[in-house]
Design a protein around this ligand. Structure first.
Ligand code: ADP
Ligand code: MG
Length: 302
């Protein structure tokens, strides 16, 4: 028997390294007319590296931290808190600590806030590691200046606090995928408009990277539910939105989208489970390919 077109398209997508979870999904992929792309792990490789370690002068005796930490002490504290996290930034911090031969102490009371960062108790100290904007919450602090300077260079700044006091800033940089610009071009041609960038990262780093790939619509500093809101807004304007993401923070948007695609290699389990399709072979350019496969299959069905 000849295979129904949508099933052959699923097999074909599989040969391109994309796992499409059902015939319904295969069909929906070809209906999309707007795209929202995540940044870290989606447009970028998701294997960021720590490039800067900047301890700050301590705020005073009430901080419980005397003086300025050494670079190693700062990195060790951050790595301890990040160790249980599966976020690409967390892996960068842990790898940087290991590369310096630092031991990473065990922690208690680990908690993560998707799109914001992590907290954990290291020894007797409550350590938070995450977005300077979220952790400082508008507070004026020298840490904000250090973070802004790193972000202006296109880095992601990560703030470390001890018992609520900023003790240092880390700079992290991630490589754009080789096929990022070509993928944006292909998606633009398929949907008649450039994709939107939806990211939890800071606007400075996001805008800089967007410019390099041909994206002008940048929504930065978004929490997971704000990514959902951005998708809903497009859908309310009558668009059928394809969301491509990798993180725990992308799962709600992947679920809300007309079709959600997760990046498999660096992707979190939650994103892979929630998505309608998974890019298993880690090539972003296969996303427009499967949209094209769906459109061809649908022409054969009708
Ligand atoms: P993106 O949407 O680009 O994939 P995320 O939403 O995953 O980015 O993260 C957004 C921001 O939240 C990061 O830029 C960082 O400031 C902060 N963040 C989230 N998780 C962590 C973590 N484990 N360690 C440090 N910072 C984090
Ligand atoms: Mg991501």
């Amino acid at each position: 028997a000849t295979m129904p077109p949508l099933l052959s398209a699923i097999a074909n997508a599989g040969r391109h390294g994309v796992l499409v979870k059902s015939a319904v999904v295969m069909e929906r992929l070809g209906q999309v007319d707007a795209v929202a792309l995540d940044k870290t792990g989606t447009l970028t490789e998701g294997a960021p590296q720590v490039t800067d370690v900047r301890p700050l002068a301590a705020a005073g005796p009430s901080s419980g931290v005397g003086g300025r930490l050494s670079e190693d002490a700062l990195l060790r504290l951050a790595a301890a808190a990040e160790h249980p996290s599966e976020h690409p930034l967390a892996r960068a911090v842990v790898n940087a600590a290991r590369a310096r031969g630092l031991d990473i102490p065990a922690v208690r009371d680990f908690a993560s806030a998707p799109g914001a960062g992590v907290t954990a108790t290291v020894g007797g100290t409550v350590v938070a590691v995450g977005s300077p904007a979220r952790l400082l919450n508008g507070r004026a602090h020298p840490a904000a200046t250090v973070a802004a300077a790193l972000e202006a260079e296109g880095r992601t700044a990560v703030l470390v606090t001890a018992d609520g006091t900023p003790v240092g800033v880390l700079g992290v940089a991630d490589r754009l995928r080789d096929d990022a610009a070509a993928t944006v071009t292909a998606l633009t041609a398929l949907t008649g408009g450039a994709p939107v960038l939806v990211t939890g990262d800071n606007p400075r780093a996001a805008t800089r990277l967007a410019r390099d790939v041909g994206i002008t619509d940048v929504r930065a500093g978004l929490l997971p539910e704000e990514k959902v809101h951005a998708v809903r807004e497009l859908e309310q304007a009558g668009r059928k939105v394809l969301v491509v993401g990798d993180g725990v923070n992308d799962a709600p948007a992947l679920a809300a989208a007309h079709t959600g695609v997760a990046m498999g290699r660096a992707g979190s389990d939650l994103a892979l489970e929630t998505a309608d399709a998974v890019v298993v072979r880690d090539e972003l350019a296969t996303v427009p390919t499967v949209v094209g496969l769906s459109r061809r299959a649908r022409r054969m069905v009708v």
